[in-house]
Design a protein around this ligand. Structure first.
Ligand code: GLU
Length: 310
């Protein structure tokens, strides 16, 4: 485990070096995301024992988007178990964009993993609860417990996504037709859209990730939030599918399980040690934040955090 001085130096250095990067572009297929200031850039590290190191815009609340898929996965995997999840959703990369309909057609309707939209909506349809409200209470309750305080939906994001989520609704109906949707498809898509609209800061995200780094225990409260046995399955999913179609390149270059979202957040976990979250809205062609990737890659290489490099 690096010293806190070394951690602080690496985080500050990454912020200084990459704040000036101007590559990439905010997501705009969700209109709200195009309006977030592109120069925002924050990095937060939370260790498995609860120490926090930050640089830049770490309190700005942005849309969690796809990173929410990780926490809904945690809820469902703890409820139905890793084997059932693998049967109902899958655990392999699709090799296609995150919202591909073709991928569903090519695999007999099976979504293949919980991080593409199809698999995420199917995962959300498995959230325990007798009504959409009860399911929502579980989803937001789970995310809030990980963050250590109450998280809220950004209603503007939710409206912007709801007005434009016809493609995701289409995916949900398609899954239903193949028997891979486990509740009403429209209700599941709405819950999924809401979970993507939850506002988090880079500091929140690092705290949430630190629960995975600490094998399922919250680093500050000490409460167990995930079954220990399921943490490795979640890290495996992140490793395989967390960075969209760049997951292989990311693993090759950085060697850390991570999950990215089109809101500009990236969350990486160093098992047993820490979580590193970075946020900056401009994305590369794969949908991953340019500055966030550069920052995490830099910190990982400075501190030799690569899980395959030991
Ligand atoms: N709500 C977004 C969508 O469904 C999330 C995408 C993402 O962050 O990958 O398109």
């Amino acid at each position: 485990m690096p010293s806190s001085n070394a951690l602080r130096a690496a985080v500050n250095d990454a912020h200084q070096q990459f704040a000036g990067l101007t590559d990439g572009k905010n997501a705009d297929y969700i209109p709200y995301l195009a309006t977030v200031p592109s120069n925002l850039f924050g990095i937060a590290v939370v260790t498995a024992t609860g120490d926090t190191i930050t640089a830049g815009d770490v309190d700005y609340a942005f849309a969690i988007e796809s990173i929410s898929k990780l926490f809904t996965l945690g809820l469902v995997i703890d409820d139905i178990g890793a084997d059932a999840l693998r049967k109902k959703i899958g655990a392999s990369p699709t090799g296609m964009p995150f919202n591909s309909v073709q991928a569903i057609e090519l695999h007999g309707g099976k979504p293949l993993n919980p991080f593409v939209n199809a698999g995420a909506i199917a995962t959300t349809s498995l959230v325990p609860g007798s009504s959409p409200d009860a399911k929502w209470a579980n989803i937001i309750g789970e995310m809030s417990a990980f963050a250590g305080h109450e998280l809220k939906v950004n209603e503007e994001v939710y409206k912007s996504e709801s007005d434009t989520n016809q493609h995701n609704r289409g995916i949900a109906w398609l899954l239903q037709s193949y028997g891979y949707m486990y509740s009403d498809p429209i209700a599941a898509t709405d819950l999924y859209t809401r979970q993507c609209s939850v506002a988090v800061s880079a500091k929140d995200l690092a705290t949430m990730g630190a629960v995975l780094a600490a094998k399922g225990v919250h680093p500050v409260s000490g409460k167990r939030l995930l079954k220990e046995a399921n943490v490795r399955e979640m890290l495996a999913e992140m490793t395989l599918n967390g960075m969209y179609d760049a997951s292989g390149d990311w693993l090759y270059q950085v060697g850390l399980p991570a999950k990215s979202g089109v809101g500009g957040g990236v969350l990486a976990v160093v098992p047993g040690k820490m979580a590193i979250a970075a946020f900056s809205p401009p994305l590369d062609n794969y949908g991953n934040s340019v500055r966030a990737q550069a920052a995490i890659a830099h910190i990982s290489s400075q501190l030799k955090l690569d899980v395959f490099g030991a």
